[in-house]
Design a protein around this ligand. Structure first.
Ligand code: PMP
Length: 398
């Protein structure tokens, strides 16, 4: 008898399926606006110069391949904690923060979900409508129960704050709320500082625990600016869960580097929770991959490499912001029936064009322009030389 015959073939993952279809397309004008990977104006995702230099240093400095500590490089975790919370954050000073290295942001999300499941089996976590599709399996497979709060309004192309706050006010004490620190995926619509203040008030009042996913620190307004909401929550609430990723801001996608940082009620609880956290990771993968985190460690401990990295990150952020402005100018210049200005107000990799499935499929079949069926575009997939082509095609299918 065989066992695996019970497992049937699954349909292709929508985003990976899209990438495969794009790769097979022979149209020289094809444009990939699917996967959220940064690309330069040549359409490439180069290794950042700071990362390449750190790799050279690592080769000469590394003396062993023996296991790292279970939480990863202590120095990297200290530097990453500073990157997340800034200098002198009250929760860090009170010794209430514990940060571990994880296999990417996905690893952080999944480990956090397992830890929450240990603390409170079947706990409810409220996610924005819409949210990144992978949040559902990453959190749900651990046994957490997923609920939704309204967030993005597809008609006004903005956050429906009133509806969001109204739902947050109904959430039972002890539930969790997943918030995107910046560069909301898939909408690109971020809370303003005043809106973060309002959200923090409600969470504090209701005793709801924030779980912040920060996959794009530095891609929105800046490294510190993008943490406004997270630092505020960490200064006001007893417990906060923070998952970060270095895939985008260090361009370390395949190295699987990220962190999970927890704010706990006091130092003793922080030690207790951290011991449970390390037992969770021990049961999953024992310890995180070393290479990507070692590079982050080297960069963040070298003033020269930190400066170089920040310059490169700034240029990526500014390139995306520029593409947003250029796309709006092209779309609004070609027609008056629809105002696309919202795209330039949004931040990070993604925006919704506001097209229906037929229009998206027509862009794919007639123009070789690839985006997910919900018309989410990865803005970094645009280039100076194809913006006009994309804008004309979009207007043609409107
Ligand atoms: N959260 C969000 C919102 C993301 O968009 C991503 C990457 N697409 C991640 C987490 C995790 O990224 P990774 O595991 O590649 O570091």
């Amino acid at each position: 008898p065989v066992m695996f015959e019970t497992l049937k073939l699954l349909p292709a993952d929508p985003i990976l399926g899209l990438s495969m279809a794009y790769a097979k397309d022979t149209n020289p004008a094809k444009v990939d606006l699917g996967v959220g990977v940064y690309k330069n104006d040549e359409g490439q995702t180069p290794i950042m110069a700071a990362v390449a230099e750190a790799e050279k240093q690592r080769i000469t400095r590394e003396t062993t391949k023996a296991y790292t500590p279970p939480a990863g490089y202590p120095g990297a975790n200290e530097a990453v904690t500073r990157l997340i919370y800034g200098e002198g954050h009250v929760a860090v000073l009170a010794n209430r923060v514990r940060t571990i290295q994880t296999p990417g942001g996905c690893g952080a999300l999944r480990v956090a979900a397992e830890l929450i499941q240990r603390a409170k089996p079947g706990a409810s976590i409220w996610v924005s409508t819409p949210t990144w599709a992978n949040h559902i399996p990453l959190l749900g497979s651990a046994g957490l129960s997923l609920k939704e709060y309204p967030y993005y309004d597809y008609t006004s192309h903005s956050i429906n704050l009133e509806a969001m706050l109204a739902t947050l006010k109904t959430i039972p004490r002890g539930d969790l709320v997943l918030l995107h620190a910046c560069c909301h995926n898939p909408s690109g619509a971020d809370l303003s500082r005043a809106q973060w203040d309002q959200v923090a008030d409600v969470l504090q009042e209701r005793g709801v625990i924030p779980f912040v996913d920060m996959a794009y620190q530095g891609f929105g307004e800046g490294l510190d600016e993008d943490t406004y909401g997270l630092r505020l929550l960490a200064s006001r609430l007893p417990e906060v869960v923070i998952a970060t990723s270095f895939s985008k801001n260090f361009g370390l996608y395949r190295e699987r580097a990220g962190s999970l940082s927890l704010v706990l009620a006091d130092a003793a609880q922080a030690d207790a929770t951290n011991s449970q956290l390390l037992s969770v990771t021990r049961g999953l993968y024992s310890m995180p991959p070393a290479h990507g985190a070692a590079l982050v460690d080297i960069i963040l401990h070298s003033p020269e490499l930190t400066a170089l990295w920040q310059r490169e990150l700034t240029s990526m952020r500014e390139r995306i912001a520029g593409l947003r402005v250029d796309l709006v100018a092209a779309l609004n210049g070609l027609q008056q029936q629809r105002d696309f200005s919202f795209i330039a107000q949004e931040r990070g990799m993604f925006s919704f064009l506001g097209l229906n499935v037929e229009q998206v499929q027509k862009l794919r079949s007639e123009y070789s322009i690839y985006m997910t069926d919900n018309s989410r575009i990865s803005v970094a997939g645009l280039r100076a030389q194809n913006i006009d082509y994309v804008a004309r095609a979009v207007v043609a299918v409107l």
